[in-house]
Design a protein around this ligand. Sequence first.
Ligand SMILES: [Mn+2]
Length: 508
Amino acid sequence: MKFLDKLLDYYNISNDDYLLLTKDVNEGDIPFYKCLNNIELVKDKILKAISDKKKILIYGDYDCDGIMATSILVNTFNKLNYEVDYYIPSRYIDGYGLTVDKVIKAKEKGYQLIITVDNGVSAIEAINKCKELGIDIIVTDHHEYNSFPNDILLLHPKESKLKYMTSGGVVAFYLSYALLNTIDPYLLILAATSVISDVMIMKGENRNVVKLGLKYLNKYRFDKYYFLSESNIYDESTLSMKVIPKINAVGRIEQNKEVNILVRYFTSASFKDLISIKDYINGVNERKKNLANLIIDSIHEEDTSALVYQLDIISGMTGLVASRLLNTFDKPTIIFAKAEKDNTIRGSMRSKNGLNVLDFISNNKGLFVEYGGHNFAAGIIINKDKFDEFKKKFIEYSNTHKFEPSSDNILINVDEINLTNYEMISKLSPFGEGFREPTFVIKDFDTSLIKRMGKNNEHLLVQLKGNDKIIGFNYDFNKITSNKIDFVGTYKLNKFKNNISINFSLIN
Ligand SMILES: [Mn+2]
């Protein structure tokens, strides 16, 4: 079967679909800002506030989506030559979302209009406090909500003509589009970054935002991205593997208000600022990695079907540690942090195909104080005294819900690892939630061709034609038990100076 036909089969799409998915995107493919209900009213209100010289505060969130959303609006006001302030609450000091406390502080500082981004839709008490104190408030958010006061302006994907749920950053982007009357390429890549970081479905409008954002990123090569990317390839995986973890690292590691410096990074016009802040961000990211290594080294794998630990660590580290343990031990993993003042513990669940953590949650709702997430990654809060019961239940669940190797790999032979086929795949990008990058399997590979490389011979290498290779980073060589082996992996572009080659990168 031809390589393209294999791809079409895999996605269950026709040739016409392929042409549609692979065609170039342009600004006309981005929904016009009026797709959001209320946006004309919001625009009028903001323009009126500017002409009345009102003191405006943008209130964001500490994750990458919230930082992108805040930066988009701050940049927009900069372009309108109007100075605004912003605040990103600290995960540790302030907690998530606009609170009554913060509204009172805003009043004391003389703010007359608060615009929330990536939060606010459930902050009913804080909104009432604004009313009481005579502060105007506009809420832009994308989180779930039941009811919302109808005398407050709300921008929300649920109140729109959009087909798919989208990120807080994209909602802020539509507002910038309305206020500036144009699509700003830099603001679009910030929005695209938020689609990826908040794991929004990579279809429809979201896909167009990301695809055009990446096109602009490759065209303009914004310094702010260059300094965080560690790569000369700008695609969705550079964002998800390099840039976004660094943006998230600051709010996870730093326990004061440092996370606000990220908005300065993404909004400052000063190159000096940029250099010093990128050094800071990269430094925080190194500290985060070292901390993760220390934590992981201190853990002893228990002989159970799932790993469930409560550790003496800050809550910002649980996701990272859980992901690393999942990859190391190949077991569903839950890591809780040290207890909070109210005797709850926050944790991160990580899993793979075969054990859906949302299913576990919905079967055991009584155990949770709070939860949110996706099929294989969730953030949870439980009462500390429920830990033992929780652990027992989760291990029981994992006894009967074993990981299943994803069976939908495209069968290829070694000759099909080449640049032409890589390009056929990458034309379908961006990949993401709901539209996964295809994985491939090579059956019965001759193990005598396998070499090792790396300082400790920890990586697997097979040299193919030209400069193409099969590479398995930190490969588990115990898997090689006979003279044949099946390899599962993805195509990666390898660009070094003017040399381009393909790595078939193994999925351990
Ligand atoms: Mn968000």
